[in-house]
Design a protein around this ligand. Sequence first.
Ligand SMILES: Cc1cc2nc3c(=O)[nH]c(=O)nc-3n(C[C@H](O)[C@H](O)[C@H](O)COP(=O)(O)OP(=O)(O)OC[C@H]3O[C@@H](n4cnc5c(N)ncnc54)[C@H](O)[C@@H]3O)c2cc1C
Ligand code: FES
Ligand code: FES
Length: 493
Amino acid sequence: MAAIKIRDEIRFLLNGETVALNDVTPDETLLDYLRLRRSLRGSKEGCAEGDCGACTVLVGRLSGGKLVYESVNACIRFMGSLDGCHVVTVEHLRGGAGKLHPVQQAMVDFHGSQCGFCTPGFVMSLYALWMKSPEPSDVAIEKALQGNLCRCTGYEAIVRAARAISSYGKAAKDPLAAERSKVTAKLQELRDGARVEIGVGSVRLAIPANVDDLAAILQAEPKATIVAGSTDVGLWVTKHMRDISPAVFIGNLDGLQDISEQDGAISIGAGATYTDAFALLSKRIPALGPLIDRIGGEQVRNMGTIGGNIANGSPIGDMPPPLIALGATLTLRKGKKRRTMPLEKFFIAYGKQDRQPGEFVEAVHVPLPAKGTKFAVYKITKRRDEDITAALGAFHLTLAKDGTVEKIRIAYGGMAATPKRAAAVEKALTGKPWTVETVEAALGAYATDFTPLTDMRASAEYRALAARNLLLRFFAETQAGKAPIQVSRAVAA
Ligand SMILES: Cc1cc2nc3c(=O)[nH]c(=O)nc-3n(C[C@H](O)[C@H](O)[C@H](O)COP(=O)(O)OP(=O)(O)OC[C@H]3O[C@@H](n4cnc5c(N)ncnc54)[C@H](O)[C@@H]3O)c2cc1C
Ligand code: FES
Ligand code: FES
């Protein structure tokens, strides 16, 4: 490998200014930096866990050479992840000749600023939406505001403001649009291909120059904390005060974010966010679209990665069960060596995955469901949006010509210490006619597969019953040649 250039500072744009910092710690959040070091106090701290959206700012990043601006939660975004990015805070919003920005003016005129505290966060989420979609549908507005909680008055006034923004100005003439090529050039200049190393002793962070460099860093520092989108790791710091040093930041790492379709499978680089993967996944495996739409809010999906969801190994992570049901495989890398395994084998026990020190998840490969097979995934939560799974079931059925079950893969989240296949239920169904009698007879096998727990999300009894009912629902929805029904925003509204 050619010698890697090492830099001892992160460089990024903050509003209209270029910033270079050599004194960031692995756990310094963007929100703390803005409020405490820069006195930019428009972004607020509500929950400090990515739920309420009061801290929302925009981050512009180069994705495939193109500049994209996305809403993110500054409270769980670490400074180490901002190298080569453009941070835009509410203070940067401006209209022409001393006027308010169109988003702000619409919020004023439609009385969208109610408590006031959460308003800058709402404004930034609407700003991101307006730039992407100047005439958004109500469904798009609702999706953009999933990660901004109003608990005082309600969303009606805010939604009315969102519908009206374009009558106050043109998104194409917005300063961020007008300065796009200038900012792109600047970010390209900042991304100089160097590895970043900051800190000494017990407080250190690194940003690899590329994927090979990541492999080299992890071999030298096998116990380092890998930080991708930090939507899990962020909370280790803000809620559990955990020490994550030395931390290796892999978000925005070229070569780890690729998403491609080849030979009947989609490969997703471990650094690809939900937002990056959404278009291809929801087009080629439609049942995954509504599921991804219900993972966190827009800000979380803009930061969080599918690789992080898998690597974290949570029994209630939403992506492993459907990917297991689809027969996905996982590629891990340590140094130059790679190994690939069926995804379900990665999850060994609660908090224990088959990952050696110094090894990292490189990509997940998802076979496309074959024509004529039926695939569905159902997420059960207390509220539809921005809620963590109580139980989640994924079903992938292949019927033989004579109507018997040739193959079925069923996987659940929230039912065991790991994401897990319902092996006994699968066995009870395989080779039998796909009839209600077969399905009802197989329900007893759930007790062999799962002994769910009671926690704040659901009781053990509820989970056990819900899991069985999901199979019944899947059966009902596969009848008469119909595709399984997925709860989507448009249908549910
Ligand atoms: C408000 C909120 C709502 C959420 N809602 C949901 C939800 O509805 N459903 C759901 O499933 N999750 C949810 N999450 C959890 C989280 O968003 C996901 O698990 C996400 O996919 C994690 O990805 P990340 O890139 O942020 O991972 P990080 O937080 O950066 O990392 C998570 C773990 O994976 C490790 N890791 C990351 N990348 C790699 C790699 N390439 N190789 C090896 N290890 C790696 C890290 O060291 C860490 O242990 C939510 C989180 C928040 C804050
Ligand atoms: S402070 Fe609540 S999401 Fe950041
Ligand atoms: S407008 Fe801020 S909580 Fe409702």
